[in-house]
Design a binder for this molecule. Structure first.
Ligand SMILES: NC(=O)c1ccc[n+]([C@@H]2O[C@H](COP(=O)([O-])OP(=O)(O)OC[C@H]3O[C@@H](n4cnc5c(N)ncnc54)[C@H](OP(=O)(O)O)[C@@H]3O)[C@@H](O)[C@H]2O)c1
Length: 252
């Protein structure tokens, strides 16, 4: 019987793999014997993640790309496919938001930039890698959305709009790609302790933690555990779903 959990020898591509839950997913994949392409904009951070994977006995490479730039994404995916010849797993974590202005202060540029970072960045690399996954008749795609796209409870108008759009894209792609053995799911994290979140003052994080039923913020490794499940062969019957990993902050 084929393994439900082994991803050994598979090629895993992680955008935003240079920090936070993307980094944790890269490390998890490397430890599971996958070849890991760490995509990000900052070589120092990316090479540090690659070193951790290689030091632990795994195989990885850093590929520099701004994921919202079509030319850079095309070049990055070419490098990966030329090097390893396949792509089994794509995890799209690149994204986020930077400030939360009220509606009156939201600009068209702000709306468009946020759409580029959160939606276009996921669309571009998916479009580049899906033909290879189709040819393999196998693929696992995970898009990181946010609880903000489910409840609009945090973030900005730009961010909530785009995190909901990621769910729409995920569901559409799931239907389109299911006949090719490719699953497409989203994860909607609650507040997770990553470099981005750690910029907030400790007292703010403490208050936020108290509002979460489990009484604390999430850990990047806990998100990586959910990502890993959705990227295993055994998750084949789950597609078009949103996995809520939020400590009970939102229960539907
Ligand atoms: N942390 C949370 O509480 C939380 C909650 C809900 C959802 N999320 C979502 O989860 C995802 C990951 O967030 P995180 O907090 O784990 O990570 P993070 O600490 O923000 O790190 C993200 C990494 O991705 C890289 N990156 C960002 N945009 C990129 C782009 N356009 N192209 C290439 N690389 C890019 C960044 O590196 P460089 O800037 O050096 O390139 C950074 O190393 C985001 O989409 C975020 O919206 C996070």
């Amino acid at each position: 019987m084929e393994s439900l959990t082994s991803i050994e020898g598979q090629v895993a591509v992680v955008t935003g793999g240079t920090a936070g839950m993307g980094e944790a997913a890269c490390i998890r994949f490397g430890a599971a014997g996958a070849k890991v392409a760490v995509i990000g904009r900052t070589p120092e951070k990316g090479n540090a993640v690659v070193k951790k994977i290689i030091d632990a006995g795994g195989e990885a490479m850093f590929v520099k790309a701004e994921c919202a730039d079509e030319g850079e994404v095309k070049a990055a995916t070419k490098t990966i496919l030329d090097t390893w010849g396949r792509a089994d797993i794509l995890v799209n974590t690149a994204g986020g938001f930077f400030d939360a202005p009220p509606l009156e202060d939201v600009t068209i540029d702000g709306m468009r930039e946020n759409y580029d970072w959160n939606v276009i960045a996921k669309f571009l690399i998916t479009r580049e890698l899906v033909p290879t996954m189709k040819a393999q008749n196998y693929g696992r795609i995970v898009n990181i959305s946010s609880v903000a796209g489910r409840t609009a409870s945090a973030g900005s108008i730009e961010y909530s709009t785009n995190e909901a759009a990621i769910v729409g894209m995920t569901r559409r792609l799931a239907r389109e790609l299911a006949p090719f053995g490719i699953t497409v799911n989203a994860i909607a994290p609650g507040l997770v302790l990553t470099p981005r979140v750690l910029r907030h003052p400790p007292e703010v994080l403490e208050t936020r933690a108290k509002a979460i039923p489990v009484g604390r913020l999430g850990k990047a490794e806990e998100l990586a555990h959910g990502i890993w499940y959705l990227c295993t062969p055994g998750s084949a019957f789950m597609t078009g779903a949103v996995m809520d990993i939020n400590g009970g902050a939102w229960t539907g």
